[in-house]
Structure formats: C-alpha cells, structure tokens
Design a protein around this ligand. Structure first.
Ligand code: SF4
Length: 442
C-alpha cells in the first residue's frame, strides 16, 4: 500500500477550491502598492537586466542603472527585493500595470509576483488552492464579479512553480499528524473531520459571528478534554473517537457548545491586556523593522519600546467599535473561515504562531478582535463601514496572520524573544474559561 504522504512521480492529487472564496487578477495593482518587501529572485533579476527597457517609460532609469529595479535586503531569503518608491514597486506604471508584465509578458515578473495570492497545501486527498486576503478581489468578491479584464493564469504552472521555488507560505505539504494541544497529536484524516465540524459551526446563520467563534472555541476544547480521557491512544483509536465526537456534536446540532458560548463570563481587563500586547508587539516590531531597513538599527525590538507601546495601548482609546455587526460578521466570518479552510490552523509560519490547533484557534479569536479594532480606527477616519472592515482584514492578514514572517513585513526572526515572552503569557490565558467571552466581548 503506497504511503499517501509520499509523492507519486507521475500524477498529482486534484486541485480543491473553496466554495466561498475565489480569485482572478483584475490588475488593480494593490499588491504592488503594499508596504511589504517583494522578494526578487536572482534568475528574474538577471533576465530583467537583459530586457530592452527603451520601449518603456523607465528607459532613463535603466540607462542610469541596469539594476534600478533591485534593492538589497539581507534579511530576505532572496537577499534582494524590488525597489519600493513612494509606497509602491518601481515597476508599477501610471496605468496601474506592472511594466515588466505589460512589456515583456507575465513570465518576466518576479516569482513571488507570479505566485501571489496563491497558497497551495498539498495533501493526499487534494491540493487545496487558498488565497491571501491581501489581494483586493479576494477580499471584495463583487469586484471580481464585475471585472471586465482578468489575467489568464494556469493554476497547474503556478502550483509547480510554488512547489519548486517558493516553499513557505505559497506552498506547504500536509503532515501525517497535527498537534491538537494537551500533547495530543491526531492523524490528518481526523484533523479533516474536525475542520469540517468547525466550519459547520462557523457557517451557521442567525447568530452574530462572535458567538459562532466562541462555540468553535468550546468545540475544540471539548474534543481535547474528551481525548485526554483515553491515555492509551493509537492513531486508529484516536480517529474513531474523533469521528464519534464530530458525529455526536452534529447530531445534537451543537447545542452543548452553543450553551457554553451563551453562558460564558467575560473577565475585566483580559481583552484589553491581550489586545494591548498584540498592538504593542506590532508597533514595536514595525519600528524595529523600519530602523533596520533604514540602516539605523539591527531590527531588534527593545523591551523599552515594547513596554511603551503596550502601555500606550493599555491606557489608550477604547478598543471597542460601533460597526454594523451583520456586515462585520459576514466579512470577518468569510475571511476567518478561509484561514481555517486553507489549513491555516494546522500549518503556517507567522511570527504570532503558537502551534497546536487549540492555541491557533484561540489566536483566531484575537484576529477577529484586531479586525474589529482596526475597522473602528479606519471607520472613525473617512472610510465607510464596508471599506473600513475590508482594510482591517488586509492589515490583519498582512501583519499578523499570513505575511508576518521573516520574508515579508515582519521584523527579523532573531528577535522572537519579545514574542515568546508575550506568547507564553498568552498561553496561560488561552485555557481559562473566560478567554473566549472576554476576547469576543460576549
Ligand atoms: S494580484 Fe490581486 S492585488 Fe495584485 S494586482 Fe492582481 S488583483 Fe490586484
């Protein structure tokens, strides 16, 4: 019997697409106007240098410096990035199109530019095609529906490229076992059953998404407590028990977890503490990164700047918002369900990653609160509620969930200790009964 986790040289599992989230590049140029560093790989750099830039609006720049489009960033795995000027990639033309793509074809773009926003997870049952919500039509499906010009791309070629050139966020492989928490590992098949159960809990109508999120939290904690009862567990036995649990919860229409969500008691200050630490870490991290990129610092987060940022938020403005709850539930719900569907709880490499399904799910509750917080900040500016929530999801996806790693916007890996300090304190809170109702303001 072939081991499903060992690749077959000839064929590959079928591509699996989400029923809720779709993608097509509408040439909006938003990903080229991001503040992240777009890694530039050596082969692309060499091929762009050979191009005839005289036919483009960048002819003068190219005459002055054949490397005009490149910038050295030692912390990136490619050690180079596309030059970013006035908040956008230097190759983004006034027409909003990438000049390399426009004049020399899609293959002339950098590998990461060709891979974004695809996130492939290869598993025995299929290759899951997930997307980054930093891509505008992924966040705003209406724009995809009404777009007249959509880039023709081969998912097969993009998957091959991600697999061969950019393992990390764009390509990951499923693991035979997934850590649940409580030192319990479950087989991949059991994880898929639990994921399906969780997505069913989170897709129900008629309740604000924050209650569904809390029900999901108790759902995962209950399976953990259930499996802890059986110390003698082989993978087969665990799978039987997980199947039994998922079936039983569904049969009672999730009554038990809904009851726990309704009865949850919030604890004063817990949410403000966790949010202030997350916002403080982010603020101090971005400052450290900017100092490093401007050559004025090594990129480490000083404890002092972390404490200052933490207390700034802890004592600062209300972290609550008055956004339309139905709109927030719909937009944040679609995003966070996709994070789970694209295997973001089981796999990933963000700086805020804790490891273990229950802790990752607990962090998802914090991501919901961060979306609410940022949407409140943006809505108090000029943005309408929908655009404010859309922007908040982009910031959370970029800076906390998907692109918050060494290769993207985050500070360098070596100053993880600031994060470890917070994450160990976070750990002490995650299993407290009041965690979910506090973070979700139930
Ligand atoms: S990949 Fe997405 S964000 Fe980038 S230009 Fe295309 S549609 Fe816009």
């Amino acid at each position: 019997m072939t081991d499903p986790f060992v690749e077959s040289p000839v064929s590959h599992p079928p591509f699996v697409y989400s029923s809720e989230v779709a993608y097509g590049c509408t040439f909006c140029g938003e990903c080229c106007r991001e503040r992240w560093r777009v890694p530039l790989d050596e082969p692309t750099c060499q091929s762009l240098k050979q191009r005839d830039w005289n036919i483009t609006a960048l002819r003068d720049r190219a005459r002055q410096d054949p490397n005009f489009f490149a910038e050295s960033i030692p912390t990136l795995s490619t050690r180079m990035a596309f030059r970013n000027e006035q908040g956008q990639c230097i190759l983004l033309g006034q027409d909003g199109l990438c000049q390399a793509h426009h004049h020399f074809g899609a293959k002339a773009k950098g590998v990461v530019c060709r891979l974004f926003p695809y996130l492939f997870v290869e598993a025995p049952e299929g290759i899951y095609v997930g997307y980054s919500f930093c891509c505008r039509p992924v966040r705003k499906p209406q724009e995809l529906k009404t777009a007249t010009n959509i880039l023709k791309e081969s998912v097969e070629d993009t998957w091959q490229e991600a697999k061969n050139f950019f393992p990390g966020i764009h390509y990951q492989k499923a693991t035979p076992r997934v850590a649940l928490g409580w030192n319990i590992d479950i087989p991949w098949e059991s994880y898929l059953l639990l994921e399906q159960g969780l997505l069913t809990v989170l897709s129900r109508q008629g309740a604000p998404f924050r209650y569904l999120l809390a029900a999901g939290y108790y759902y995962l904690n209950l399976i953990g407590l259930f499996l802890k009862e059986f110390p003698d567990r082989s993978m087969e036995q665990i799978h039987q028990r997980v199947s039994h649990f998922v079936e039983a919860m569904s049969k009672e229409n999730f009554e038990r977890v809904d009851r726990m969500a309704r009865r949850g008691k919030a604890r004063m200050g817990l949410r403000r503490y966790v949010m202030s630490m997350m916002l403080g870490l982010h603020q101090a991290g971005m400052k450290a990164r900017d100092l490093r990129d401007s050559g004025k610092g090594r990129g480490e987060i000083s404890r002092l700047s972390l404490m200052r940022a933490f207390f700034g938020h802890f004592g600062g403005r209300s972290l609550g918002t008055t956004l339309p709850q139905e709109l927030l539930s719909e937009m944040a719900g679609r995003y966070l369900r996709h994070v789970i569907w694209r295997k973001g709880l089981a796999l990933g490499s963000s700086l805020y990653r804790l490891g273990g399904l229950c802790r990752e799910y607990a962090m998802l509750l914090v991501m919901f609160s961060l979306i609410e917080y940022y949407a409140g900040v943006f809505a108090s500016g000029q943005l309408g509620a929908e655009e404010a929530i859309c922007e908040a999801i982009r910031v959370v996806e970029r800076d906390f969930v998907l692109h918050a790693g060494k290769d993207e916007t985050g500070p360098a890996e070596q100053d993880r200790d600031g994060y470890d300090l917070f994450l160990s304190l976070f750990d002490s809170l995650v299993h407290s009964k009041s965690f979910a109702p506090s973070i979700l303001r139930l």
